[in-house]
Design a protein. Structure first.
Length: 263
């Protein structure tokens, strides 16, 4: 199904009935990456919303230039579907979308939050050493444009995507390829954001799932988040890269289920 917003159409799917979980994918991703989470939650009595950001997957229209545009689209989708309360799950850039929703749209009733392999501030500086880093290259305000435009083929997984997810994701990606160049302005805007203020002030339960082998982030950011907000719980998945929910879906679903108190 599609939701029309001005000159674009946002593709979305609604599956199941019950408490609502909204999944926000990352840069270059699409709604199919959540396939194992959808099947798990629907069996447990949840309603699941998955969608493609503009410039991604089946969504139509010009690619977004800013993360705020993606945040606004997501808020409009939640309102369009008249969702009374939501659990938000965001992977990578999708975590920033989640934090942006909580900052700019306090009227949306968010009851729980899960973020996956995403630091609240991606640029490193003398007072913040938990930003984006690949090998020995640290992203800063001085080098981020050069680094990100030259490092867009980094292997994000450690052992590849789970075969159940890949069997759906591969044909979808072939049919709906992601155009990196058209979306570079969105990436560059995304990495300049600092969400620490909202993350440190979240007053509802939040779970941060990180990876011991992430190609982008050191584990320290999760401990730093916990220092400032006792609502934040942390789980570390070993032997996975950036796409934890697609690489190790069963382990991720167990962590998600425990956090949501699914019996």
């Amino acid at each position: 199904m599609f939701m029309q917003i001005n000159n674009k159409k946002i593709y979305y799917e609604v599956t199941g009935t019950g408490p609502t979980v909204v999944f926000c994918h990352g840069f270059g991703g699409n709604h199919v990456v959540w396939s194992e989470q959808v099947s798990y939650l629907v069996k447990k009595g949840y309603q699941v919303i998955t969608f493609d950001h503009v410039g991604h997957g089946k969504s139509q229209g010009p690619a977004a230039n800013t993360i705020n545009e993606v945040i606004n689209d997501t808020a409009q989708l939640i309102k369009y579907l008249a969702l009374k309360s939501v659990i938000l799950v965001g992977h990578s850039m999708g975590a920033s979308v989640v934090w942006g929703l909580m900052l700019y749209y306090p009227e949306i009733n968010v009851v729980k939050v899960i973020t996956i392999d995403q630091t609240p501030k991606m640029l490193n500086d003398p007072n913040w050493n938990y930003g984006w880093m690949h090998n020995e290259v640290r992203l800063t305000s001085d080098n981020f444009m050069q680094v990100l435009t030259q490092n867009n083929h980094i292997k994000e997984t450690l052992n590849g995507i789970d075969k159940r997810v890949w069997s759906k994701l591969y044909p979808f990606k072939k049919k709906h390829p992601f155009d990196v160049e058209k979306n570079i302005p969105l990436l560059l805007d995304h990495v300049q954001k600092d969400w620490r203020e909202i993350v440190y002030s979240i007053s509802i339960p939040m779970l941060s799932v990180s990876s011991s082998k992430s190609p982008y982030f050191k584990l320290g950011y999760t401990t730093e988040m916990q220092k400032h907000n006792e609502q934040i719980k942390v789980n570390i998945v070993s032997d996975a890269g950036h796409d934890i929910m697609a690489e190790k879906p069963d382990e991720f679903n167990t962590l998600m289920g425990n956090f949501l108190e699914i019996r």
